[in-house]
Unconditional design. Structure first.
Length: 724
């Protein structure tokens, strides 16, 4: 009897194990993201054959809308992983204008097909010891005969139970076909969306060079109407009233932490501000249009409030418990009034034994009483909408995929599994609409002329996905965080972009990384143990150990002498404040009381700067300077223009704080003096959004990461949902 357990392919010292989706070399598993693995396996299975770009796109991203550049990026990533240098074609041959051919010599290793049974005629020819030596230790036990036989029994039992479960489901649920995607826009600049309840209009905002504009798309004719020309604002939310007559949107403008709510006629007209309503999150209307629900923050918690459609007669339905749970309140759609008008679905961030996770509650619209939708715990919910009276759709986690969950039976279903991410959800007539996002990151190095304030930049590295943090090392190389391996990890490269090397393999970087100016040790924010706390490693990413035990410790920065680290404690469950830890004594000190983001030491170590929420005139954002010694407030700096980012760096001479900001699609660099000097701006440095940057020690260069997104509206139809 002969049984084939798995297929293994070998080429040039690599082992591709298809059942467990592993790539191995020299006994070590090489980390690949899902799409890179899919591409490699497709190449290996079709080795020697020319595969056109369209063919690869259809195989790797079946049924999805992706740009051809995604394929080029994945091919480039695969080449780097395999160690293929520029202009080499040891593995992948590019056929200009056509596609690619995998040219490495591949051996399909099936010698162990018959290993399970000693009576097989080929068993004696199988060199078990030699084969096992080629495997990582974690896989060697698979080839123990007793282990395999019991595994087969277990597999048969599991398959039987799965078959029974499938039969039961077919008796109780209706299954719909896989989702179909229809792309509704092709401008690539959509920020958020809303639907008119009658399904006749799609409203969306888009980022233009001059600001953000508001548009209306008519479903019947596919025609577009501009409702508002580009404004120097950011539309944080959109919703259409149930009578199909008005658009409601909260907006960020003039650096104000409090965001006004605008009411705009659907077909265009004068903007009216709804008084006494302040929310950075989306509203949700009752089905009859008489009331809307919204969330608002106070100093320690978040309130769920309902009001009449003109903003009057506000009533607090519930208040969250600070430090225990909160509702996402910035550029989020975390509440959704049910179609029958009785309940409001609400996504909460909750403190659990496994860290901060999300749950969904159903809040009674009259009494405020709440019940959990089901026992499901999610990674992170920021967007939520009802599909019908029994089913909700949501976007969960860092991968930004769409799920459905049933109100009646609690069943959940993941309906997208793409290289793209999604944001914003809207639904009408059992159809879902979302924004499909293709994210790319560019690492750039700029030569800075201090005398004339110019920057001459060049791109040194490009990657699909996120590069969230960059920093110079003392030896002139660059550290950065990347999601190329599937999780957010720390990488290193030369300053010309060559030799990218992964340093951490289980770092799970959350938000922030800093390098010691004294010994190049690394402090980073991580959720390795469920909570988001600070961890430390050596320069090679080894000897990792925990530094703090907070639940939300983010954005660490070293003092110039390397003896202290300042960081932000708090984000979702508690208001963020500035803390400092001494690396020798491990003592922690809280330095201030107001809401504070992105703290950073001055070059001389005497001061700490941070973004201060709503502390200026008219509730505007400012930059505060406090004493590193005792936290005493020294100075507050007004921002001369609207700045939509909070990440900042001191210029090495200590005279300026520098901060990138966007004007429409273009990014610019602000030099904000701590003295009476006039602020200066270097404008139109490029398109996209600068996520992170760092100055060289001499101030002559800076490295920065630019995120560019292609964001378009898709309609998702015929997705699978379940109901009685």
């Amino acid at each position: 009897m002969s049984v084939e357990i798995r297929t293994i392919f070998t080429f040039d010292g690599f082992v591709l194990e298809t059942e467990k989706r592993l790539l191995i070399k020299d006994g070590k598993t090489i980390s690949l993201n899902n799409k890179t693995y899919d591409l490699l396996q497709t190449f290996v299975l079709n080795r020697g054959r020319l595969m056109t770009k369209n063919e690869l796109l259809n195989v790797i991203w079946e049924g999805q809308f992706v740009e051809e550049s995604n394929l080029a990026v994945q091919v480039s990533t695969l080449r780097k992983i395999l160690g293929e240098k520029k202009d080499e074609h040891r593995y992948i041959l590019t056929v200009p204008g056509e596609g690619y051919r995998f040219v490495a010599e591949v051996v399909e290793d099936n010698k162990f097909k018959n290993y399970l049974f000693a009576k097989d005629e080929n068993f004696e020819s199988f060199d078990r010891s030699a084969f096992e030596k080629s495997l990582p230790p974690t896989q060697k036990r698979f080839f123990n005969p007793q282990y395999v036989r019991w595994s087969i029994v277990l597999v048969i039992l599991i398959c039987s139970l799965a078959t029974l479960s499938l039969w039961y489901r077919k008796q109780h649920y209706i299954d719909f076909p896989n989702p179909k995607f229809t792309k509704l826009t092709s401008i690539g600049k959509v920020r958020n969306i809303a639907l008119s309840p009658n399904g006749e209009y799609l409203v969306f905002s888009q980022r233009d060079d001059e600001g953000q504009s508001l548009w209306l798309r008519q479903s019947a004719t596919n025609s577009k109407i501009r409702i508002l020309p580009p404004q120097k604002v950011e539309f944080l939310s959109l919703i259409v009233s149930p009578d199909n007559n008005f658009i409601y949107t909260s907006v960020f403008l003039d650096n104000k932490a409090d965001t006004p709510l605008w009411k705009i006629p659907l077909l265009g007209g004068a903007v009216q501000e709804i008084p006494n309503v302040n929310t950075c999150a989306d509203l949700s209307f009752s089905p009859d249009g008489k009331h809307f629900a919204f969330t608002r923050e106070n100093s320690e918690n978040v309130q769920l409030v309902i009001a009449d459609s003109d903003g009057t007669n506000q009533k607090i339905l519930l208040e969250t418990e600070g430090g225990i749970r909160e509702i996402p309140t910035y550029a989020a759609k975390a509440i959704a009034w049910s179609p029958d008008g009785n309940e409001i679905a609400c996504a909460f961030k909750v403190k659990t034994d496994n860290g901060i996770l999300s749950k969904i509650s159903l809040v009674d619209a009259a009494s405020g009483n709440e019940t959990l939708l089901n026992d499901k715990v999610w990674e992170d919910i920021r967007y939520l909408t009802w599909i019908d009276s029994e089913n909700l759709a949501l976007i969960n986690g860092e991968d930004g995929q769409i799920w459905t969950t049933s109100r009646k039976n609690g069943e959940t279903k993941k309906i997208t599994n793409d290289v793209q991410k999604y944001s914003w959800l809207a639904s009408t007539n059992n159809q879902l609409f979302s924004i499909q996002r293709n994210i790319n990151s560019s690492l750039q190095v700029g030569e800075f002329n201090e005398n004339v304030k110019t920057i001459n930049s060049r791109e040194i590295f490009y990657e699909t996905g996120y590069i969230n943090k960059v920093a110079w090392k003392a030896n002139d190389s660059i550290l950065y965080t990347s999601t190329a391996s599937g999780t957010n990890e720390i990488w290193q490269m030369n300053s010309d972009g060559s030799t990218p090397t992964q340093l951490t393999f289980d770092g799970k970087i959350a938000d922030g990384m800093a390098i010691s100016p004294q010994n190049d040790s690394i402090v980073f924010s991580s959720n390795r143990n469920g909570n988001t706390s600070l961890w430390m490693s050596d320069i090679k990413g080894k000897n990792i150990h925990q530094l703090t035990d907070g639940m939300e410790d983010l954005r660490p920065e070293f003092s110039p002498d390397g003896k202290n680290v300042v960081f932000q404690r708090g984000q979702n469950l508690v208001p963020p404040k500035v803390w400092r830890i001494n690396l020798e004594s491990k003592s922690e000190t809280k330095l201030n009381q107001e809401i504070s983001l992105f703290p950073v030491f001055s070059p001389d170590g005497t001061k700490i700067a941070y973004s201060s929420a709503g502390s200026g005139n008219d509730g505007a954002w400012q930059i505060a300077l406090i004493s590193n010694k005792n936290g005493e407030l020294l100075q507050k700096l007004d921002l001369p223009i609207t700045v939509n980012e909070r990440f900042k760096r001191w210029y090495p001479n200590g005279e300026f704080l520098t901060q990138f900001f966007n004007s429409g699609n273009n990014f610019n660099l602000l030099f904000l003096p701590t003295s009476s000097k006039t602020p200066e701006i270097i404008s139109n440095l490029g398109k996209g959004r600068v996520i992170s940057f760092d100055w060289s020690k001499d101030g002559k260069r800076l490295v920065y990461t630019v995120e560019t997104e292609i964001r378009d509206v898709v309609e998702i139809g015929d997705f699978e949902k379940s109901q009685y």
